[in-house]
Design a protein around this ligand. Sequence first.
Ligand code: WTA
Length: 630
Amino acid sequence: MTEEKLSGDVFYPDEETVAKARVPDWHALAAEAEQDYLGFWEREAKELHWFAPWNQVLDDTQQPFYKWFTGALTNIVYNCLDRHVATARRNKLALIWEGENGDFKSLSYFALRRDVCRFANVLRSLGLVKGDRVTIYMGRIPELPIAMLACATIGAVHSVVFGGFTVEALADRIEDSQSKVLITCDGAYQRGKIVPLKQIADEALHRAGTVESVLVVKRTGEEVNMEQGRDMWFHELMNLPIASGPCKMEIVDAEDPLFMLYTSGTTGKPKAILHTHGGYMVGTYTTMKYVFDIREEDRYWCAADPGWITGHSYIVYGPLLNGTTSFLYEGAPTYPYPNRWWQMIEKYGINIFYTAPTAIRGLMRFGDAWPNRHDLSSLRLLGSVGEPINPEAWKWYHRVIGKDHCPIMDTWWQTETGMFMITPVPSLPLKPGSGTRPFPGLQMDILNEEGQPVGTNEEGYLVIKNPWPAMMRTLYKDPEKYLELYWSKYPGIYLTGDSARRDEDGYYWIIGRVDDVIKVSGYRLGTAEIESALVSHHAVAEAAAIGLPHELQGNAIHAYVILKVGEKVHDGLVEELRKHVAHEIGPIARPEKIEIVDSLPKTRSGKIMRRVLKARALGQDPGNLATLEE
Ligand code: WTA
């Protein structure tokens, strides 16, 4: 590799890492992909199995509704499971799982495929067919990936709702997706307590009426309400004769939908991002392979939740496409003690560990003694995702967890992009806090208001200038919004919603969201959802939510509330409102602070000017107030 001399705080990979890396020379791969990015993706696609080949790698005739691998027939599950079961990987562990209470389970590729097939048979017996939507609302247990893969096997479209969401969030997502089936569990262990998922689901089902069958995994054994004719136990169904026998995999078009995932955007209710079998498969397979440098003997752990895109792409699909052994843990990192994660890295011999800056900052607080009492020498690569990582946390992660020799893959991407977009590979020199460079084959840039590239180290809008296979195809039921939100600011160019700068070495530094998305502990929330939850409280007339910097969580939610005429401020009202938001959306959305106010800054057309609220809270100049209502 050519020795690069870079400016600033730089961590160069050691010789062994470079020598063993799949991509020893990033620049060579990037140059090749830049010359012919379709050729690059096509070559990667050929490493996977297809039932029929494509006529075209990219069909851009209806851009930005791009189509990839058109005409090809596939099913992502075939590449995740069947392809491996046909080889010596049949007996390799696909999944190792530990419950928060110490329960344990592991599944070989053979066993995982068997369970997926059985469950796919069950789903078919309920009358589900290709294209039907299924909502999955579960804790982090093996049945969650099994449910996702079973849906994909029969061509049904899964919509996973994060188990940390509650009633209103779940009801909205069920209703919007028109799911006929809900897969859930009785409860989940979190911090030594039980989250009553089935009970929350029951409440949500009162508000959303499309679900005909509810399939319930028994995890905690707590008593739950089972509604006759609607609710069925997963384990009972899996033992019925209908579950047995070979399961016919649905052969789908590369462009057929694989899943939808609701995510918070700029305005209104969360929208479902739609991903497909073919392109998503190629994108997650390729990025996982190169960025995490996957080797046959790896034990990989992504500590995210399968209910978010990180879990879809890099707990379920990416690792299985690469034939990797993944570890999944149910509970909290600090339960019963702050060494839980480090203990499990030692216990299971994890080589690659991928988490979020908020978790690193949280665990860093407990000091070095907790990780230091464990043997972490199995680790060879670390990863970070979800929000910018502050250099202090990066260095702690690198030194205390990675023992100064594990490169950190700081991966920038989005639910919409489906796969890593700005990320190093292990052989690339790193700068703490920078995701380094766009992945090979991607043309990214930073633009000013007028659409001109900004200068070195100047802040601007982060954009993507050419299509990539794992890109979202549309917003479910709302192609107009897809065009408006992502493709209207600069015609033909994808707007990410983030601001960023690029330094003198071409390294990208993410600054943060420039829209109404708030990243709290790496979780994505929208101001609109929080405001609508507040307004659903009987005392509230109007609400505005903003994100303010927070040392541990990255951002914290602050809300401003106008009460209805006649409502009086009383002791405990603020606490009641905070609890109300947690009940409606989930504990992650609970505002840190709520202020009762008499008025909110608005434009003449009545839009709340959150930017003004934010500037005031931070004691900054609110900037141009020309549109502010008198
Ligand atoms: C932020 C998560 C800085 C960013 C995979 C993006 C990051 C949003 C990083 C998408 C990173 C994600 N550094 N910021 N490495 N990764 N983000 O859809 O603001 O939940 O737009 O996808 O998270 O969040 P989402």
